[in-house]
Design a protein around this ligand. Structure first.
Ligand code: NAD
Ligand code: MN
Length: 361
C-alpha cells in the first residue's frame, strides 16, 4: 500500500471551504482503495496567521512542506490585508521557493455547463494553458522612490532569463506533443516589448526545432484574447508569460462557464520539490463563509494532483464523478446559475466516487 503525504493549505476566504471539501474527496477515494492512502498535514497559514504573527507563513515554512508528495492549496487574499502582501507572502513564496516553473491550466466545457460563447460546442474548447510561474512580470524586481512626494516614481521590471524561458517552452512543447492534436500556440508581445519578448520568440524557434512533430504558431497576446472568443477550436496547447497567461486563463475559465471550476497545477517537472495544486480562483470575498463556493475547481485540481502522483486510474475516476455531477443542473452552484450548495456538490461527487468502488469491492 502506497502512502502519500499531502499538505493542505486552505489559506483565506473560500479557500477555507473548498480545501476541506477536496480533502474529503481524497479521503473518500482512499477509503475505497487497496493500493494507496493519504497522510494529511494541514497548515493554517494566511490572513489569520498574519494577524497573529505578522507573516503569512513561518520563515521555515518551506522546510515543513519540502518532504510532502504534493500540496493542495486554497487561496491567499484577505479583505483587510493588501493583496500584494498576501500573495507574495504565501502563494508566490511557495511557487518560487519550490521552483514550480510550469503552471498548467486545463480548460474544457464540462457536461451540463453552458459557455457564454455562441456557436461553440463542448468539443470546440479543449485547451491547456502553460504559464511561466517563477519570473517574468512577477519577478518582484523594482522599487519605489520619493514615496509620497510629487516626484514619486515606481518600477516593476520584468525579468526573463534564457534558462527560465527555455524550460517552460520545452515543457509546453512536450505537453503539446502528448495531446492528440500536437499543436502549440506561443503567445508573445514582441511588437511592443522589444527586448525580453523578442528573446522569448527566438528561444521559441530554437526549442521548436527539437519538436518537428508539433505544429506551432505565434500569436500576440491581445490578438489571442479575440481568437479565444472567435475561434476557440483553433487552439489546443498554449504557452505564455507569467502575466499574460494569468490573464488568459481567467478568460479561459469564464469561457468554459465559471472561474469556480478551473483547476491548476504548479509543477516542478524535475520533481526536486513538491508540486502544488489549487483552484485558479481567489478568496471570493463576496461569497466567503456562506457555503456557496463551487468546489469543482478544487476537485479538478485533485484530479491533477492524482495524475502527478501517478494514480491515473483514481484521477480518471474522480474526473468522471465530476462530469457526472456537472451534467446534473440541479447540482449547479450559484456561479453556474443554480442554487446548489458546496455541501451538496461535495456530497454528490464523493458519492459518485465511492459508488463504483463499493460495487467493485
Ligand atoms: P476571486 O477569484 O476571488 O473572485 C472573482 C469572482 O469570482 C467573485 O465574484 C467570486 O465570487 C467568483 N468566484 C471565484 N471563485 C468562485 C467559486 N469557487 N465559486 C463561486 N464563485 C466564485 O478574484 P478576486 O475578487 O480578484 O480576488 C479576491 C482575493 O483573492 C484577492 O485578495 C486576490 O488577491 C486573491 N486571489 C488569490 C489567488 C490565489 O491565491 N491563487 C488567485 C486570485 C485571487
Ligand atoms: Mn489569476
Amino acid at each position: 500500500m502506497k502512502r502519500y503525504r499531502i499538505a493542505t493549505v486552505p489559506g483565506d476566504g473560500i479557500g477555507k471551504e473548498v480545501i476541506p471539501a477536496g480533502r474529503r474527496l481524497l479521503e473518500t477515494l482512499a477509503a475505497g482503495s487497496r493500493s494507496f492512502a493519504f497522510d494529511f498535514e494541514d497548515f493554517d497559514w494566511g490572513g489569520d496567521y498574519y494577524r497573529r504573527f505578522g507573516v503569512m507563513m513561518p520563515d521555515n515554512g518551506l522546510d515543513e512542506l519540502r518532504d510532502m508528495d504534493a500540496i493542495l492549496f486554497g487561496s491567499a487574499g484577505d479583505p483587510d490585508i493588501p493583496d500584494h502582501i498576501t500573495l507574495w507572502g504565501l502563494r508566490l513564496k511557495i511557487c518560487q521557493g519550490f521552483d514550480q516553473y510550469a503552471n498548467v491550466r486545463p480548460t474544457r466545457i464540462l457536461p451540463g455547463i453552458d459557455t457564454p460563447l455562441k456557436r461553440c460546442g463542448p468539443k470546440d474548447l479543449d485547451w491547456v494553458i502553460v504559464r511561466e510561474n517563477t519570473e517574468g512580470e512577477y519577478a518582484g524586481v523594482g522599487g519605489r522612490v520619493h514615496q509620497g512626494q510629487p516626484i514619486e516614481a515606481a518600477t516593476d521590471v520584468s525579468m526573463m532569463t534564457r534558462v527560465g524561458v527555455e524550460r517552460v517552452l520545452r515543457y509546453a512543447f512536450e505537453l503539446a506533443r502528448s495531446r492528440p492534436r500536437r499543436q502549440l500556440t506561443v503567445v508573445t508581445k514582441s511588437n511592443a516589448q522589444r527586448h525580453a519578448m523578442v528573446m522569448w520568440d527566438e528561444i521559441a524557434h530554437e526549442v521548436a526545432a527539437e519538436f518537428p512533430d508539433v505544429r506551432w504558431d505565434k500569436e500576440l497576446v491581445d490578438a489571442m484574447t479575440a481568437r479565444m472568443v472567435n475561434r476557440p477550436a483553433s487552439i489546443d496547447t498554449v504557452v505564455a508569460t507569467n502575466l499574460h497567461a494569468d490573464i488568459l486563463s481567467d478568460l479561459a475559465a469564464a469561457l468554459a462557464g465559471s472561474l469556480g471550476i478551473a483547476p491548476t497545477g504548479n509543477i516542478d517537472p524535475q520533481r526536486r520539490y513538491p508540486s502544488m495544486f489549487e483552484p485558479i480562483h481567489g478568496s471570493a470575498f463576496d461569497i466567503m463563509g456562506q457555503g456557496l463556493a463551487n468546489p469543482i475547481g478544487t476537485f479538478w485540481s485533485v484530479v491533477m494532483l492524482l495524475e502527478h502522483l501517478g494514480e491515473a486510474e483514481a484521477a480518471a475516476r474522480v474526473m468522471s464523478a465530476i462530469e457526472q455531477v456537472t451534467a446534473n443542473r440541479a447540482l449547479h452552484t450559484r456561479d453556474l446559475g443554480g442554487d446548489a450548495t458546496l455541501q451538496q456538490v461535495t456530497d454528490a461527487v464523493c458519492a459518485a466516487v465511492a459508488g463504483p468502488a463499493a460495487k467493485a469491492a
